[in-house]
Write a protein that binds this ligand. Structure first.
Ligand code: ADP
Ligand code: MG
Length: 377
């Protein structure tokens, strides 16, 4: 724990500042004293002789003594006055420095106690202190943000675990007490819930790997066309069941390869298509297309569904983020799909971005990957 050693004038700034000034003063007075003792009198003597005074007279001795005395008296008075000034300056400067330093120390102690909202105001004690204050506030702000993310992550995780666990508990108790019987319905519910837990665990594993930069990739030169068509193949039935048209188009990127892990890229496209389907309505359509732009390949998934508002758009890639419409809440997604998808795109030195003209206007998700054109055989 921190004591209160920073407060009070004890052995702090003031005595040190005063000591430094006294040392400077001492050196100046010593120099002035030496000059007054050894340089001044001979010079004065010389001038007196030049002015016509006769040497070795009592009159001249008296004048010279008066000169020496007045020199030392003025030096003494100057010394006392300088000491008073040094004390005043020390007091003033210490006051000026103590306020911002005290405020910073207080705010730092607050932060160390977990009060991450602590900030310092503008000190008005010079640019350096204002700069220090701004740097402190920036640091505290970032700590607060990290802490907030951690807290939200834990509470989201607890929330995600609660529903399947509660459902499984109810079914287990029902089966044990004979209230529920084992039939295809029971089996379906229990399988669904255990799968949900398993998927959550797998997703969390992916997220943490991705964030530590250790997503394992088995990269190989893969034709973009193959990626698109296998994603289309895997999803077309689900789309047909919901009456949503799924259109794939690879004309924009004929014969282009990308150096990717096809399984991981498949996971990305699967998630983008599942999202698009979830947010589409019967009669709607989803376009899955690829095109080359300079030396990159853009794969985009465009739907004509719910769309995303401008406020939600920056958050769709956040961990556990799910749009808060009633439609989203009772879906099985964990809100980790886009987080993982973006991490996979990043791991391939690519990117994943979202765009939407607004609610009800559909959305487009675009994966950009570095391309290399297939060499002719
Ligand atoms: N095609 C889309 N149209 C509208 N909103 C979308 C679309 N894709 C994703 N979103 C929004 O982004 C959120 C996060 O998506 P995701 O990370 O895949 O999680 P999940 O699919 O589990 O909800 C979704 O809950 C939804 O609100
Ligand atoms: Mg999803």
């Amino acid at each position: 724990m921190s004591g209160d050693s920073s407060t009070g004038m004890g052995r702090g700034l003031a005595p040190r500042l005063m000591l430094a000034q006294v040392l400077v003063l001492g050196a100046s007075v010593l120099t002035a004293g030496l000059v007054a003792a050894f340089v001044g009198p001979p010079l004065f003597h010389h001038h007196m002789l030049e002015a016509g005074h006769v040497p070795n007279t009592p009159e001249l001795a008296h004048i010279e003594e008066a000169y020496r005395d007045s020199s030392f008296v003025s030096l003494g008075v100057a010394l006392v006055f300088a000491l008073v000034c040094a004390a005043a300056v020390t007091w003033y400067v210490t006051r000026r420095l103590q306020a911002p330093l005290g405020a910073l120390a207080k705010a730092a102690r607050e932060v160390s106690r977990g009060h991450l909202g602590a900030r310092v105001g503008d000190f008005g004690s010079g640019v350096e202190f204002d700069e220090l204050g701004r740097a402190f506030n920036l640091m505290a702000g970032q700590l607060e943000q990290t802490e907030e993310t951690r807290r939200r992550l834990l509470s989201d995780l607890a929330h995600e675990l609660r529903t399947p666990i509660a459902t499984l508990t109810v079914y287990c108790e029902g089966l044990r007490d004979g209230v529920t019987t084992w039939n295809s319905d029971t089996e379906r519910v229990m399988t669904e819930q255990t799968q949900r837990l398993a998927r959550l665990a797998a997703d969390l594993d992916d997220v943490s790997r991705a964030e530590e930069g250790r997503l394992s990739l088995e990269r190989s030169a893969t034709p973009v066309r193959d990626l698109i068509w296998s994603a289309w193949q895997a999803k077309r039935e689900a789309f047909a069941r919901q009456g949503v048209d799924l259109v794939a188009d690879t004309d924009g990127a004929p014969d282009v390869d990308v150096d990717v892990d096809p399984r991981r890229l498949g996971q990305v496209l699967d998630n983008l298509l599942a999202n698009a389907l979830r947010h589409s309505h019967a009669g709607g359509s989803v376009h899955l297309s690829a095109r080359t732009v300079d030396d990159t390949v853009e794969i985009s998934v465009t739907d004509t569904g719910d769309g995303i508002s401008a406020e939600q758009l920056p958050h769709v890639f956040d961990r556990f983020y799910r749009g808060d419409t009633a439609r989203d809440r009772d879906r099985a997604g964990s809100g980790l799909g886009l987080t993982i998808s973006r991490a996979i795109a990043d791991a391939h030195q690519g990117s994943l971005v979202a765009d939407s003209p607004g609610p009800g206007e559909g959305a487009t998700f675009t994966v950009t990957l570095p391309a290399f054109t297939r060499l002719p055989h």
